[in-house]
Design a protein around this ligand. Structure first.
Ligand SMILES: [Zn+2]
Length: 316
């Protein structure tokens, strides 16, 4: 196999082109798919990273992602980073039908169907079952090992779509809020990510948006939230829902806490919710799933900062 290499100027160009489309980019490690910064998770934050130190709390890759050409040029001037695109702030939902790994049979019983052999087949069958079709005419990237990344516009309004793994079907993952994709033009493990279709991003089809709605939340481990009587029913429900998304997450509780903090931080910034009330509810939920208090506080502060940039107001 030939190893592909690429200059840092070319990678900088890829990052600038993505930002020009309104996509929020951040550096990934050279020849790799993992974020270059931060180099530590929220629960390992020592506050020595300069962004975390300046903010007084952990800052993850999502709030670091930017469309600012000057910041991008500065970052890529020094090193040949790969390019990550943060889907949430970029307003993207990326559908990722994959190929099965050679020699590995991970196919669930329900997907032992004649003619269905990879993620693209699964996606086509799902479309057919929905009486619809797959929108192929959209910006598309092929990954190093033959996967396909179909970029779509996140539907406007609620609910926010998050990452899914296997929710649509066998070998079909999706990336949205809380997720990122490796930009076309990057090279990971010597294999290029290529732009297979360079066109506008199509709207996410209604049938896919419907299937990607967040799953009903599990009922176990409810968090009782007592809020003052002045808080609207909508805001109460939002607080309860966000706390349940933390306690109901099977893993990655800190990521769930961050996303919930962004959502409630938007309401705080919009004046619909007291910062103290939101903090208490989120701390309670974070602690109840075993996170350490100092890490919980750092994550909430980081989420509030991100949410504060997009205030939401709820009519009383
Ligand atoms: Zn940190």
């Amino acid at each position: 196999m030939t190893m592909t290499t690429i200059s840092k100027d070319a990678l900088c160009g890829v990052a600038l082109d993505a930002a020009a489309r309104g996509w929020h980019v951040f550096p990934l490690r050279h020849n790799d798919k993992r974020p270059a910064f931060p180099d530590h998770s929220a629960d390992r934050c020592t506050g020595t990273d300069y962004r975390c130190r300046a903010a007084g709390a952990h800052v993850g890759w999502e709030p670091r992602a930017t469309t600012d050409p000057d910041r991008i040029r500065r970052a890529w001037r020094s090193y040949s980073y790969n390019i990550g695109i943060a889907c949430g702030p970029s307003g993207l939902v990326v559908i990722d039908p994959d190929k099965p790994k050679p020699g590995e049979d991970t196919r669930p019983e329900a997907w032992r169907i004649e003619g269905v052999n990879d993620g693209v087949d699964v996606l086509c069958l799902l479309a057919e079952q929905a009486g619809a079709s797959v929108e192929w005419d959209t910006y598309t990237v092929t990954s190093g090992r033959g996967g396909t990344h179909l970029y779509y516009q996140h539907p406007t309004g609620e609910p926010l779509l998050r990452n899914t793994a296997g929710q649509l079907g066998w070998l079909v993952d999706t990336r949205a809020h809380g997720g990122y994709v490796v930009a076309g033009g990057s090279v990971a493990h010597g294999r290029p990510y290529s732009v297979a279709r360079d066109t506008d991003v199509a709207p996410l089809s209604g049938w896919l948006a419907e299937m990607l709605r967040p799953a009903p939340l599990p009922v176990q481990a409810p968090v009782l939230v007592s809020l003052p009587t002045g808080v609207s029913a909508y805001v109460r429900a939002a607080v309860a829902r966000e706390c349940a998304s933390i306690t109901g997450a099977a893993s990655h509780h800190n990521d769930a806490l961050y996303l919930a903090s962004v959502a409630l931080g938007q309401l705080v910034a919009g004046g619909s919710l007291e910062s103290g009330e939101a903090t208490r509810a989120l701390e309670h939920a974070g602690i109840s799933v075993g996170l350490k208090l100092h890490a919980v506080r750092a994550t909430i502060a980081s989420g509030f900062r991100a949410g504060g940039r997009r205030p939401r107001t709820v009519a009383a």
